[in-house]
Design a protein around this ligand. Sequence first.
Ligand SMILES: *Cc1c(COP(=O)(O)O)cnc(C)c1O
Length: 355
Amino acid sequence: MKKFNFSAGPSILPREVIEETAKAVLDLNGIGLSLLEISHRSKDFQAVLDEAVALFKELLDIPQGYSVLFVGGGASMQFCMVPYNFLEKKAAYLNTGTWANKALKEAKNFGEAVEVASSKDKTFSYIPKGYTIPTDADYFHITTNNTIYGTEIRTDIDSPVPLIADMSSDIFSRPVDVSKYTCIYGGAQKNLAPSGVTFVIVKDDALGKVSRTIPTMLDYRTHIEGGSMFNTPPVLPIYSAMQTLRWIKAQGGVKEMQRRALERAELLYGEIDRNPFFCGTAAVEDRSLMNIDFVMADEYKALEDEFMAYAQSKGMVGIKGHRSVGGFRASCYNALPLEAVQALVDCMKEFQKSH
Ligand SMILES: *Cc1c(COP(=O)(O)O)cnc(C)c1O
């Protein structure tokens, strides 16, 4: 049976990317050796890394003066690298969910970290508005897409202090005005590559301003100077990321990714709003295009397991909601074809009919 992969992360990748990665694992560029068994400093791998960086810059239209890095440790390690490198006295955080909260908690180890606003009062189902960013903060940290709660900040906000964003789960899903940010980071396993690599876009001249000693591996400057080769980088996920970036470019770039995301979201939210058996959990104006959360309407709560089993029988994979929200979550990342969303919508319609 055909499977429709709505997994939240690690998640769907373009089929071509998986095939190209599989080929490179067997024989990279016809050199008679696997990607897995050659030096990361070989010219074949250096070309992969260089192309990945160049495509990152091209696709996101990254201005001069920014570096693109590939490091290990996941987005979670960035929760400490960010304050290590940028927090001198005080940092400001917008608390929009589990990941944002983890970032905030980590920053508290380095100085004063203030929660500018939080949507915890309503299970993070909306993005706080009307808050004031303290002008004496070293930076303001946001999580643009809240993977668990299905809310998203879909525009590049204005901040009076350097803006730093965790874009783990919505990178490359829309054009981004990188000049508005001092640092953008994310784990690659949601929308870019297999797990194991973390991307960082950082403004070079914002570094070197804190007075603390930064451990070598946690200092962004180490990875800028080393060209992401200070130590052995995660070669396989970097290779896949490069292939995904080629794929995005061939499809028409981030504008086309955004068009597809809107098309998928319109279709699924449309059904959630139409079908009396289901309801969305996120505030309508803050709905994520990437992670679409919904539950059974109150009067049909008892049918939740039945719908889950039915959807699974039709090939839906990974639609169980996160335990902190319950219900269902359909992650609709770049590589997800509209056909998959149509299949899920058909399940919802069929379920309504048969009850
Ligand atoms: C998944 C996720 C993380 C955690 O990423 P790791 O690479 O597993 O550390 C952080 N932030 C967001 C928004 C995420 O979706």
